[in-house]
Write a protein that binds this ligand. Sequence first.
Ligand code: ARG
Length: 473
Amino acid sequence: MSSERYQLWGGCFEEEPSSVLRRLNDSLPIDCRLFREDIRGSQGWAHELHRSGHLSDDDYNAIEYGLRKVEKEIEEELIKNGKLNDSEEDIHSVVERRLYNHAGDSALRLHTARSRNDQSATDVRLWMLNSLEKLYITLKELIKVLVNRAENEINIIIPGYTHLQRAQPVRWSHFLLSYLWLFRDDVMRLEEQRTRLSRCPLGSGAIAGCALSIDRNELAKQLGFDDVTANSMFAVGSRDYIVEFLNWSSLCGSHLSRLAEDLIIYGSREFGIVSFSDQFSTGSSLMPQKRNPDGLELVRGTAGLLLGDSVAINCVLKGLPSTYNKDLQADKEILFRSYDKLLDCLKVTAGTIATMEVNSERALLSLEPGMLATDLAHLLVRRGVPFRRAHNYVGVALRRATTLGVNLQQLPHHEYAAICPDFGTEDDLQTVFSWETSVEQYTSTGGTAKSAVEQQLTLFKSWIQNHSWPRRT
Ligand code: ARG
């Protein structure tokens, strides 16, 4: 135990590994982030070894005491230096070496019947269980910000776009809610991962299971898992919970990216519907007038990185022989970076939306009577004209208006009457040209009328109140 670098293997080796292999192999800079989970897993393991008679009282007490010391030590060093300066290859070796300093030879019994294969899978699952809840809380914050705006700004009407061409007027809140539903589904999909994740692999050994009589269900319970993995080879070789998470995070990232894109467009001078706070804008080093929506652009760009990571983990796994292969060590780097990026993106999006301003007058000015062409067709339909024919009459009116250089509202009444008498009187026609009247037609569930939007808001408000992250079953 006196050699400088404490290594968990090497008895049958005559030479040291080459320095370049060491560099590629060492994972401490990444997996030191798992120190708490590694210690928690070791505490659970020692507890179960002791409970089932494989560890004496003295050894167990020494290990328990030592692990608490190690946790404190690492915590303090990470706060002070931001990293661990240990020369060991990974966090598992670091914890064991440091435990030896505090617990002496008792430390040499901790790894009894355990492998780093089941140990690292346990660490990551524990870390994810905790971290998914943090993501849930952050996602819910964003949902609250959006609901808040949607509730306060329900009277604002904006142009709705399809193909990025002016389509029909919609309530601003209806637009915000369209993203809220995406994010609520993201929450559902996030919590669905929890059940599969909450299975404890510890006790699976390197591949074959545990040769000592231990109770894995007790161990799993002790560590806060819902269940155990039911096959040791599956336990050490599967990373599907990471695949699921990264696929999920790339989907959530893509939702954020589309919202960012909409807001970037609405924030341009040409649209001018929203403007962003100083807190979430940046300037140009050359052009003094510039205010750039960098936060949203970074969110949009990061969605690409998240998608890349979800492809990356699938590439690592595809074609691997079963159980543990060192390729799997790459899982944590991808997982941590995607997780960190997504968390920041959620916060930047929430912050940008909470602090931006919506210019309802500019939104109204962007509306044009042509966006009520559908409403004119509906006017005819209400008078018994078949829709296909009504669609065509309005098309003819549009063509006529273009020829005369006017918009649909300015087209003289006699022109409408010549196309189809069912357009009715001048007054009948003019009632169509109101943004408020237009949106208020869409009262059925899912529509943009105030009552239908309020229905959605009511659902969201009670969901925010009543929904919580699932606890252990
Ligand atoms: N650092 C390794 C990983 O994260 C730990 C498992 C090492 N197992 C082994 N057989 N070398 O995957």
